[in-house]
Design a protein around this ligand. Structure first.
Ligand code: CA
Length: 677
């Protein structure tokens, strides 16, 4: 989802206060006030339960005057073999019907009668398995979808969220290119294949992820989305998937057989198990903030009006920029988000959730999401985009904005501060950043280095995107320079350094990513950047073909030096807790910036991690960044330093040589990292 920081800046202006206000239950518009009177129901038996007494249907639809279930043999063709009339329960707002047999293998839709007409059929909002293209819900036995050993499957234990290293990937990006050597191209199963290699004999797929050393993959939307025709997969349509249709079933086009509802469930679990067996966690990108369709969405067809927000005149509000936004401030929608994430954590063993346009949701809902998920698995990491893509009736102080992150618990936000400061602003392709030679961004980079926490040496008034220390803890911050949105790093460097050869741009890329991986908070990288992947300059490739989006794995051999550098970054970070401090106090105490006059020496930042920070084996670590195209010199305190990174090379063990400190030279576009026992 494209990010918009304008509204967070606007929000910051409103947020002159830091206290926590009690939030009254209120509607966000006079139109939405009508929904406050609806009875709500959040039991886990909504829509479908199969037990020994039969198949039970229960639909939440408080204003319907009739409701029915249509039963089918097929997931997308043929007519209903029977229709069950449902009976209403006023207390819960639900309609129920049952069939006295286990209807495994059958399909169903709901239909409600409201405002004088029967609405279109819908699989409901809780379909956990669906037919082709998600128009009918499927009744399957989930026990048969578990891979061997599933009962013992679990993701990596996470003690602190700053220990996580996130790799954001799209299933097709990873495997579609012929050079991937992967058989199940574009499928969940792609990451279950060990031993896959590029034409040059280098590891691809899951072996590549293990080699790189990331801790978690963050998969782009993998619930059932709208835009790819699952009945016509030979068209090879590509989409990011930010157009949700069925939130609780996997996307069919990533399965080997979308017409068999159990296949996509089983294959997604097989992917998760393979990653877990490799010690890698799986984070899902979730898009509860809007639906692909307005009136035709499953939300509207089950409880018209309720789940979306509106302005006073009844128009859909549109903070997503996609035609509508959902109403997490209303109880049934809030519970829906909470229960849906719980379902993915329980049934699929998902290790984290990345909330698209999280600020469309209210802070209370996000708090509940994190608290409930923690009960299932304390290692689950929840983070999101702390902004919206348009105005919303939800008041700024209630939005799960970046600026409000400290008022939430166990929620993290992306740092657009470090992103835009290191590589240049996302709205202007030619804009350079700290790492590519633009002066004046030092203080904003420092905001990123301290994970937006309060630090005596960081002047937030000079910050570009944020003017105050919005994070109470580094565990609230995800640092990144690029993701699926906007120009990827390679393309950004090609556009912003047009007269510079790729050989130099790769050095800039190393520096930029070194800043991310050594900063406090959680580092996040975009798939393929470790091998200098590009998207041919396409900044919004959400429906571009595979020829733009798929990673060409031959790049790995061509850029093996860059790849090895990334490997060094993950290894360094994992070996040294000083880069993964767990509190703002610890950072303020152990991270000390060296005084540099930016007017005389622009694009130079130097700091130390002192006194065995966070229990590190190294007594002191010196980190220096030079973002100019020329060498700069700096005095480093005398001592027995070992060299960890220099001249575009990195050694997590610090065996690139030794120095006694003193006047040291930092090569153009590079990081110098020293360590002392
Ligand atoms: Ca779909």
């Amino acid at each position: 989802m494209n990010n918009k920081t304008i509204l967070t800046a606007m929000a910051a202006a409103f947020l002159g206060w830091t206290g926590v206000a009690a939030t009254p239950v209120m509607a966000q518009s006079t139109y939405d006030a009508q929904f406050l009177t609806y009875p709500t129901y959040s039991g886990d038996d909504l829509e479908l339960v199969v037990d020994n007494s039969g198949t039970h249907f229960k639909l939440w639809s408080p204003k319907a005057t009739q409701a029915r279930v249509n039963l089918y043999d097929n997931g997308h063709t043929g007519s209903a073999w029977t229709t069950l009339n449902m009976t209403y329960d006023e207390a819960t707002g639900t309609w129920s019907a049952m069939f006295p047999e286990k209807l495994y293998g059958k399909f169903y839709t709901f239909q409600i009668y409201q405002n004088g007409k029967w609405l279109n059929e819908t699989p409901g909002v809780w379909a956990k398995a669906v037919g082709v293209n998600g128009k009918r819900a499927a009744i399957i036995d989930f026990d048969i979808t578990d891979p061997a050993g599933w009962e013992k499957d679990k993701g990596p234990k996470v003690d602190n969220f700053s220990d996580v290293i996130i790799y954001e990937m799209h299933h097709r990006d990873m495997s579609m290119h012929p050079s991937s050597g992967i058989a199940n191209k574009g499928k969940f199963l792609a990451l279950t294949e060990p031993g896959t290699k590029s034409p040059e004999g280098l590891a691809t797929g899951i072996d590549h992820l293990k080699e790189l050393g990331i801790t978690h993959v963050h998969i782009l939307p993998s619930y059932d989305y709208n835009s790819v025709d699952e009945a016509n997969l030979q068209q090879n349509t590509y989409n990011w998937g930010y157009d949700p249709q069925n939130y609780n079933a996997p996307e069919g086009s990533y399965s080997t057989n979308p017409s068999d509802p159990a296949t996509r469930v089983r294959e997604m679990k097989e992917m998760i198990k393979a990653l877990h067996d490799a010690g890698i966690g799986v984070i899902m990108d979730v898009v509860y903030n809007h639906t692909a369709e307005n009136d035709g969405s499953n939300f509207e067809l089950t409880a018209p009006g309720y789940y979306h927000r509106h302005w006073d005149d009844g128009r859909y509000s549109d903070a997503s920029g996609c035609g509508n936004e959902t109403a997490s401030d209303l109880k049934q929608m809030s519970d829906y988000i909470i229960n849906s994430t719980k379902y993915w954590a329980d049934e699929y063993h998902i290790d984290g959730f990345r909330f698209d346009l999280m600020a469309i949701h209210d802070t209370e809902t996000m708090d509940k999401v994190a608290a409930e998920l923690k009960k299932i698995n304390p290692s689950i990491f929840v983070y999101g985009e702390g902004w919206t893509a348009g105005d919303s009736p939800l008041p700024v102080e209630r939005r799960a904005l970046k600026e409000n992150v400290s008022r939430m618990t166990d929620i993290a936000v992306f740092s657009d501060d470090i992103r835009d400061a290191v590589k240049g602003h996302y709205t202007d392709a030619s804009d350079r950043g700290f790492a590519s030679g633009k002066p004046g961004l030092e203080e904003t980079v420092k905001i990123g280095i301290v994970a937006a926490t309060k630090h005596p040496q960081v002047d937030y008034s000079k910050g570009n995107n944020s003017k105050f220390a919005y994070a109470d803890s580094p565990e609230m911050i995800v640092n990144y320079i690029s993701c699926h949105d906007d120009l990827c790093l390679t393309d950004k460097l090609r556009k912003s350094l047009p007269d510079t050869p790729d050989s130099i741009r790769k050095e800039v890329a190393k520096l930029a990513q070194t800043i991310i991986f050594t900063s406090q908070g959680t580092p996040f990288m975009f798939a393929g950047e470790e091998i200098f992947r590009d998207k041919q300059g396409v900044h919004n490739s959400y429906k571009s073909p595979d020829s733009i989006n798929a990673i060409d794995w031959s790049n790995k051999a061509l850029n093996i030096d860059l790849f090895n550098y990334y490997k060094g970054l993950t290894a360094l970070r994992k070996a040294h807790p000083a880069f993964r401090m767990t509190s703002a106090d610890m950072i303020a105490k152990h991270l000390v910036f060296d005084k540099i006059d930016s007017a005389k020496q622009p694009n130079l930042i130097s700091y130390s991690l002192k006194n065995n920070a966070n229990g590190d084996s190294w007594k002191e670590i010196k980190v220096i960044f030079n973002g100019t195209d020329h060498a700069q010199t700096l005095n480093v305190a005398k001592g027995n330093w070992k060299i960890v990174a220099i001249d575009g090379k990195i050694s997590p063990e610090g065996d690139l040589g030794a120095t006694r400190g003193g006047r040291m030279t930092i090569a153009p576009y590079s990081a110098l990292i020293l360590a002392m026992d």
